[in-house]
Design a protein around this ligand. Sequence first.
Ligand code: AMP
Ligand code: FE
Ligand code: FE
Ligand code: ZN
Length: 287
Amino acid sequence: MATGTAPTGGRADLHAHTWYSDGRDSPERLIARAAEHGIQLLAVTDHDTLAGLSEAESAGRAQGVEIVPGIEFSTYIRNVEVHVLGLWIDPHCPALLQAVSGYEAMRRQRAERMVEKLNALGVKLDFSQVLAVERKGVFGRPHVAQALKDIGAVGAFQEAFQRFLGRDAPAYVPKRSLGAAETIAAIHAAGGVAVLAHGLVGGANRPHVEAAARLGIDAVETVHPKLGPEQSAWLREFAGKAGLAVSGGSDWHGEGWSEGGIGEWTIPLEAAAALRARAGGLVTKAG
Ligand code: AMP
Ligand code: FE
Ligand code: FE
Ligand code: ZN
């Protein structure tokens, strides 16, 4: 993006997944969708992995969509799972690669453990049925949810979360992760911007957002399909007071696996440029 000279009216989606984590689209397919919906700048932010980024960069070049190399880390603040996006990261940074190492094995073991819990609940699901769900990278709950749907144990993908896999449901298994401070440090070491993803969702509350700011987050998402208007407004106001930038995106996971449509959750290119300016400490935060 030509920062400062970007044409007005352009849109950015700074949060999206591919089949390298729990999305259903290949990077090519995701980027084609983004292009169809007028997105000029797209962040590819798979959960806990960098595996899809080189493919995304080439597909972006081929399709004329600028790609922001990203990642979405799961971590915990005050025992609540929160997600931190790293945007404009260098995917070859050793500290970042070190931070990512271990997540793949952890996520596979966790998926196996969820299957064991389902079996103990009387649901006859074999791990091979989870392996049969299309996936190119790390395991996530959506793969288990889809397997439950495929074998007819649930009628709908969402029902798998409601009955079995949601945070308070009986087959839920928490993730192990780096702490929030280490996660933010790894993103910064890789030259990236650390963004609190969908704060105020999934058990996170205002104190969690405030704690994330104290831990050195650079920005908060204010545009996301799970954020209601009041939550977005509070986050915008908080960002202003705390001297943080704002971000947003669709959190697209693919047809049937997404809450909001691609193209509906965007920020202006100018806002993305202001966010990018936080990379490498170019802007000193107030407050
Ligand atoms: P994991 O990182 O393996 O815990 O999986 C979390 C992912 O599952 C989220 O990023 C969403 O893609 C998906 N997810 C979580 N809760 C739900 C839900 N209630 N309905 C649909 N998808 C969900
Ligand atoms: Fe996800
Ligand atoms: Fe998330
Ligand atoms: Zn996400």
